[in-house]
Ligand binder design. Structure first.
Ligand code: SF4
Length: 469
């Protein structure tokens, strides 16, 4: 989804898994442009050529899962792809997301943009064949690509441990922002992850049909005050935001807060970052207990997490200021709170620490959509993970010969990495396959077979450069 972000006030984009994108293509559309604003809440139904705008007043205020179910029930189609906003998007919370099933187009406030248009959701179904220039060749290339991913060790690790498993090595490597960035490691990741893996993880899950990695996590809290139904969403960024960011080692509270974010429809990364910011303001007396209904915002208080998620999502009490994101909230609160607002261009920082390596620091400083670790590049993967993504032939120095804190030449390396790693974003392919055995040469071959163009890796890098700039 591409839009002007209410957080950064600039171009932004956000993406998620599920079959929504492929179904839109099967309906015959590469993109849908939404202009203007409806007087009343509506949702759009796209069924091949038929497009209908339906009244949606009865959907307002409903949590995401209920809204999606109501739309499917109304359309009498339990399988139709639906992307919708939650109550937070309706209230123009600036960190609101658009959800497709349990996957979030999470960053930069796309949900607030949909809410500003009174657009509750879009349902799409398509029955067309997608035309392919060289179908047999494409089939062969995809078969090879899937085999390469299935045989790749990194991909196998993602399948077994998901992104959440990265907590442990990242904590050790100083790539785990802790206590609103007071530190870049905590030393508690192993304990937290073990508890998650052994007691809360139900199974892994693919976010769209056919992914050979299936890194998604399905989790559950069976009982207790943080009881949470079986759901998808306990990923690395989300759980880090509700543990290390806020010094909370109660994994059940973190899972519950993540689940609530998905139901209200707010970005888990920004939500955790905003709560960490609020806790620091509380510590310094900028936010006072008497002003927040006696809520205890001490570091690590697990009970504060679900309540603050609710207050932010519903714009209630202190949540109304926090719903603006840390940059604007700190400008409103003043009293030096700007020092505690960790963001780039207005986008809250994710769960990777720029102190772990210079490539990530440069990425945070230059990324188009603000302080983003993955669009276009996970800089720490080069510096700490020693991934070269098969870009050596395009001039990228071997990461094993470069120290993570080296500065000389790092800018040029990041440029090559940015141009290369934005390619999956442009093609709308999951970036994790570039960790799991695929590279831009594979994508150039597939794109050529798909479109009939003759394109190679060099040409793709040029496209990447144009898009990045
Ligand atoms: S590897 Fe990518 S496409 Fe597959 S489940 Fe994970 S996020 Fe989705």
């Amino acid at each position: 989804v591409c839009f002007k972000s209410p957080l950064t006030n600039a171009w932004s984009e956000s993406r998620c898994g599920t079959d929504f994108g492929p179904d839109l293509k099967r309906a015959g559309y590469d993109a849908v442009i939404i202009e203007d604003r409806s007087e009343k809440p509506v949702y759009i139904v796209i069924n091949d050529k038929d497009i209908e705008i339906k009244a949606a007043e009865h959907l307002t205020g409903k949590p995401i899962s209920e809204k999606i179910k109501m739309i499917r029930d109304e359309l009498d189609d339990p399988k139709i792809s639906v992307m919708c906003i939650g109550p937070a998007g309706e209230k123009l919370v600036k960190i609101a997301v658009a959800m497709s099933d349990q996957r979030a187009a999470g960053r930069c406030g796309v949900g607030a943009v949909m809410g500003s248009k009174n657009l509750m959701g879009i349902a799409v179904k398509g029955s067309k064949e997608v035309s392919v220039a060289q179908p047999e060749k494409l089939k062969e290339l995809i078969k090879k690509a899937v085999k390469a991913v299935r045989e790749n060790e990194v991909a196998a690790g993602f399948k077994e441990h998901g992104t959440t498993g990265e907590m442990v090595p990242n904590d050790a490597a100083g790539d785990w922002p802790t206590k609103n960035w007071h530190s870049n490691h905590w030393g508690k990741a192993e304990k937290i992850y073990d508890e998650f893996y052994n007691n809360k993880l139900v199974k892994n899950h693919a976010c769209y049909r056919g992914c050979p990695i299936a890194c998604g996590r399905i989790a559950e809290v069976k009982e207790g005050k943080y009881k949470t139904p079986v759901h998808e969403g306990s990923e690395y960024e989300s759980l880090s935001a509700f543990t290390a960011f806020v010094l909370n080692d109660n994994i059940e509270a973190a899972i519950h807060a993540t689940y609530l974010c998905n139901e209200y429809g707010i970005d888990t990364i920004s939500a955790g970052a905003i709560i960490a910011f609020a806790m620091e303001c509380y510590e310094h007396g900028i936010i006072k207990k008497k002003d927040i209904g006696d809520l205890d915002l001490s570091w690590g208080n697990p009970d504060a997490l679900p309540e603050l998620v609710r207050l932010i999502s519903m714009r209630e009490g202190i949540g109304d200021i926090l719903a603006e994101g840390v940059k604007i909230a700190s400008e409103k609160l003043g009293k030096g709170s700007e020092e505690f607002a960790i963001h780039g261009k207005g986008l809250e920082a994710p769960a990777h620490d720029a102190r772990s390596g210079k490539a990530l620091a440069i990425t945070y400083g230059t990324a188009n959509r603000g302080m983003c670790h993955i669009h276009p590049l996970e800089g720490m993967a080069y510096d700490s993970g020693k991934f070269d993504f098969s870009l050596a032939k395009y001039g990228l120095p071997d990461p094993n010969t470069v120290h993570r804190w080296d500065e000389k030449g790092k800018g040029k390396s990041v440029k090559i990495l940015q141009d290369g790693l934005i390619i999956p974003d442009i093609l709308s392919i999951c970036k994790f396959f570039m960790y799991g055995g695929l590279n831009i040469d594979n994508y150039a071959d597939m794109l050529s077979a798909l479109t009939g163009w003759e394109i190679d890796g060099w040409e793709l890098l040029k496209v990447g450069e144009r898009v990045t700039n």
